[in-house]
Design a protein around this ligand. Sequence first.
Ligand SMILES: [Zn+2]
Length: 148
Amino acid sequence: MLKEKEMIAIAQRIIRANKAPIKVKFLSYNKFKTEAKKSPMVKQVLREGNAFYDLNVPSLFSHKKDTIYFNKKMLTKLIHSESLLTQRRFIKAITYHELFHFMNKRRMKDSTVAAAMLSEDMVERQFKKSYPKLAALGKKIASKYGDN
Ligand SMILES: [Zn+2]
């Protein structure tokens, strides 16, 4: 499994190359979960009875703090059995995904479930268009473990 330091370095390279004034860091599982619950979409699926661990969320973007958060436990679950090359590509994929959230910031006006879903759709479309192979990899790994 890739070291946290290397994952951060991969993300930072992408952030710098895109001149995005954002940070990236790891959060403990509990803090990550708390942060994730601020998302109306996550709130909604938890209300429907799903366990957070089953949602396979490896990363988050905080619009308030302009920070990408990674979580070791979720990343390990999703990619520990992949090759190091695939692990690196997955980190790139989730970084681009969160980066698109940052770039769409101004368009995200309210925090309803519908707005969040629309934002996810938009991010996925832009990501697929710019980086089709990475987007496909991200999708493949996420769907291996669930129905998302
Ligand atoms: Zn997203």
